[in-house]
Design a protein around this ligand. Structure first.
Ligand code: FES
Ligand code: FES
Length: 154
């Protein structure tokens, strides 16, 4: 079985896996990092969203072989990408009491952080286009939190 090496939340990791194993399973099941969630497995819900070299990526739709030599950040490592204790998006999420059941929230936060890194002043349309599926319907608070996070990051 091939072996792949990559940076995961600031540490070098190695994983033996079939090349086409969804990266979500390599990271959750083989490496024990469970922040990225499984919702649909078909690149629709975005619950598995994490960062590959800083850009949002859906791990259910990424091959493990595509991680080789790359840098992966999950919700567990997001705070370590900035000074301070938490990423501004995480702070805004807490201040706006966004989470309900919480299942979709790692993916929502990772999507928002990636968007704000390239779009510091998102419009409502930009935010609506980004928001992932939330079965609890936390969409209103997500919108508000993204605006608060954007202001923090400008
Ligand atoms: S699990 Fe739904 S997009 Fe990855
Ligand atoms: S907070 Fe429950 S699925 Fe979004």
């Amino acid at each position: 079985m091939p072996s792949y090496s990559f940076q995961l939340n600031g540490k070098t990791v190695n994983v033996d896996a079939p090349a086409n194993l969804p990266a979500l399973w390599a990271i959750r099941d083989k490496l024990g990092v469970t922040g990225p969630k499984y919702g649909c497995g078909i690149n629709v819900c975005k619950a598995c969203t994490s960062h590959l070299n800083g850009a949002a990526v859906q791990l259910c739709n990424t091959a493990t072989s595509d991680l080789d030599g790359q840098t992966v950040t999950t919700i567990e490592g997001l705070a370590d990408t900035v000074p301070g204790d938490l990423h501004p998006v995480q702070e805004a999420w807490i201040e706006n009491d966004v989470a309900q059941c919480g299942y979709c929230q790692p993916g929502q936060i990772m999507s928002a952080a990636a968007m704000l890194a390239t779009n510091p002043n998102p419009t409502d349309a930009d935010i609506d286009a980004m928001i992932n599926v939330c079965r609890c319907g936390s969409y209103f608070r997500i919108r508000e939190a993204i605006k608060v996070a954007a202001a923090k990051m400008r």
